[in-house]
Design a protein around this ligand. Structure first.
Ligand code: 6R9
Length: 653
């Protein structure tokens, strides 16, 4: 693994451990014997976990893997996901408990109790029904972190429609391809969003995206900024008018355990994002089980805050479905962490007495950069569990997080999982595990994972290779929307003879058998915890008229994990490629995909290094991007290419 950042290489020699505190262990949800229990009878273990949900009809079989890789969990069971996340808590007498402490970026707030949440979700469900939305229909949602985003997702779940949430920062082109692929009937968006103190338009982008989109019948618009928006009389509806006119009563229907719940698009190794499909009973079981045990969540006592955006899977599983199924009281924050100042998160934690905080390494490293004195100004003593997700966390950041945010007391749980896995798979259990900075450590009870070599044989302790999941799990993806072949090819063909799921991540075992994640082994970059494929950015670049060819690599970056570095060959007629051309290309990528995909650096080069079969050797480009000695060039079709590139770069071209 020569491609790792210094921070990642560090982890291979990291040997500090933090044993659980006895008082914490005594009250912890997770118990050490869960591993053995789950090992001795996996199905019985998951059956017990499923009992935490309300089933209208009980399942007859825990898992059906006879048609692998297409799994069925809790076969024959029927449930309503939204009922499980909302109504049952109200019926149990917790209607007055706050479900969501919402904090708007400009400082406005809204507390929503479970009883209010139920009313809002029912209104939204009735509204969707009034527009003719039926089970299996797709509803696209492009919204920032406002309560309506959660109401809309739960309303879909309640009536058996599927949501497809598209990150608010995605461009019209990216939204359009997702709307078309899912053939969404309804799109829900807002007039605009607050971002770093300013109102930015949303509806205008959605209008641009939907120009001529055939599947879309109605667009529902949440009023947030109050700015004027263009309006299509026969298509557009205001959320407040539409839902305001609806009843707060709606009887939830029980759907099959395998009823589709949502599609969420994620980057793969090709340019076209994959619509990851998740279903109901198994998904809700695993996200609720993991949320309770990995975060030691206690309903009615904890105040939980996951800083993710609902545009990503972490927002789906650990803001919406897991926490609400577990009757959490949670903070939902609309804005950026430095608006209006760099202590915003700590101020919110102090004010709401947040006890569980779940964020991403890229943000932790940003906090480190901003300075220790900022969190030190706030009372963070309410915190008792800290979580990390999205990319490997370097030991420095892990230890800083525990010291400066967790007061040297709190367990830190580094949770490995993916859009495809639906829920957390590998993580320490607070109160049970002696944690190691930088390691996600062990598969959770009920989950099985291995590190294997090229032929699929498990590597010995101390060895490295590929991470695979060797047994089905309840919240696993059920497919790629509309593309069974791609599902099989992407995840199940690499180790098909063993029947393993290939995660696309490199990993190693340490001498204790704990797992350390080492980053992607495919052409997927991880920028601030967001997955972006090299091909996606390359296609955006070559769609610009001045670009002849482009190759993109993820180069290690001290803050964002990886940064996007592009190598571009301009067309003969195009100008020399000065600063202006670079800016124009960066903006072009932002327009095509979204600002998160903007290359950190674009280098204009005369040639790209290719093998004889024409495959771009990204490894060599990564060497250049990371200022390393260029590696072995013997398989290049033309071995002088790298010299040309280096010479061109040195002369400032
Ligand atoms: C939940 C989420 C998945 C990819 C995954 C891996 C990386 C996520 C990680 C981690 C090391 C962790 N990743 N958590 N790597 N340690 N704790 O992030 O889903 O957006 O689909 O990304 O993120 O590379 O394969 P998703």
């Amino acid at each position: 693994m020569t491609e790792q950042s210094p921070a990642l290489q560090n982890l291979l020699t990291e040997n500090r451990t933090f044993p659980p505190d006895a008082d914490f262990s005594a009250q912890a949800n997770a118990k050490a014997d869960m591993y053995d229990k789950a090992d001795s009878d996996r199905e019985a273990f998951w059956a017990e976990q499923a009992e935490r949900l309300h089933w209208d009809t009980k399942w007859t079989q825990v898992v059906d893997w006879s048609n692998a890789p297409f799994a069925k969990w809790f076969v024959g069971g029927k449930l309503n996901v939204a009922y499980n996340c909302v109504d049952r808590h109200v019926e149990a007498g917790f209607g007055d408990q706050v479900a969501i402490h919402w904090v708007g970026e400009p400082g406005d707030t809204r507390d929503i109790t479970y009883a209010e949440l139920k009313d809002e979700v029912c209104r939204a469900a009735n509204a969707l029904l009034s527009l003719g939305v039926r089970p299996h229909d797709r509803v696209a949602i492009q919204l920032q972190m406002i309560p309506e985003a959660i109401f809309a997702m739960l309303a879909c779940a309640r009536i058996g429609a599927m949501h497809s949430v598209v990150f608010g920062g995605f461009s019209p082109t990216a939204l359009r391809s997702r709307v078309d692929d899912a053939e969404a009937k309804i799109v829900i968006t807002s007039d605009g969003q607050y971002r770093r103190g300013k109102a930015a338009p949303m509806k205008a982008n959605v209008d641009e995206a939907l120009e001529g989109a055939e599947s879309v019948e109605k667009v529902i618009v949440v009023r947030r900024t109050g700015d004027d928006v263009p309006w299509k009389e026969d298509r557009d509806l205001w959320w407040h008018e539409l839902t305001g006119a609806q009843s707060t009563e709606h009887k939830p229907e029980a759907f099959d355990s395998e009823h589709p719940l949502y599609i969420l698009y994620t980057s793969g190794t090709t340019g076209k994002p994959k619509g990851i499909l998740h279903t109901s009973g198994g998904y809700l079981t695993q996200v609720a089980y993991t949320h309770q045990n990995v975060f030691d969540h206690k309903p009615g006592e904890d105040v939980y805050w996951c800083t993710a955006d609902i545009g990503w899977v972490t927002g789906h599983s650990y803001i919406v479905y897991g926490p609400l199924a577990n009757r959490a009281t949670q903070v939902v924050y609309e804005g950026t962490p430095n608006t209006p100042h760099e202590g915003r998160h700590w101020e919110i934690i102090q004010q709401h007495k947040v006890s569980i905080y779940y964020t991403a390494p890229t943000l932790i490293r940003t906090f480190m950069k901003w300075g220790d004195e900022i969190p030190a100004k706030y009372d963070l003593s309410s915190l008792r569990v800290l979580g990390s997700v999205g990319e490997p966390i370097n030991p420095e950041a892990w230890v800083w997080y525990r010291e400066h945010i967790g007061g040297g007391r709190t367990p830190v749980v580094d949770t490995w999982w993916q859009t495809e896995t639906g829920g957390i798979m590998i993580s320490p259990l607070p109160g049970v595990t002696a944690t190691k900075p930088g390691s996600a450590q062990r598969p959770l009870p009920g989950i099985s994972a291995k590190v294997v070599d090229d032929s699929g044989n498990e590597v010995p302790h101390g060895g490295g290779g590929y991470l695979v999941l060797d047994k089905p799990w309840p919240s696993m993806l059920r497919g790629v929307w509309g593309d069974d072949e791609r599902f099989k090819e992407t995840y199940w063909s690499r180790f098909s003879s063993q029947g393993y799921y290939f995660a696309g991540d490199g990993a190693k075992y340490d001498n204790d058998g704990d797992i350390w994640l080492l980053g992607r082994v495919d052409d997927v970059m991880n920028v601030s915890g967001h997955r972006i494929s090299t091909t996606e950015v390359e296609s955006a670049l070559v769609s610009h008229p001045t670009v002849a060819e482009a190759a993109v690599v993820g180069a290690s970056d001290p803050t964002t994990g990886q940064g996007i570095v592009a190598f571009v060959i301009l067309r003969g007629s195009a100008a020399d490629g000065g600063e202006q051309a670079v800016q124009e290309l960066r903006n072009h990528v932002a327009k095509e995909i979204g600002p998160i995909a903007k290359p950190r650096q674009i280098m204009m080069v005369p040639e790209l290094p290719k093998t004889r079969s024409g495959k771009i050797m990204r490894r060599l480009l990564r060497d250049v991007a990371e200022n390393r000695q260029v590696g072995d060039v013997t398989t290049l079709a033309d071995s002088s290419v790298m010299e040309l590139i280096s010479a061109g770069l040195k002369s400032g071209k």
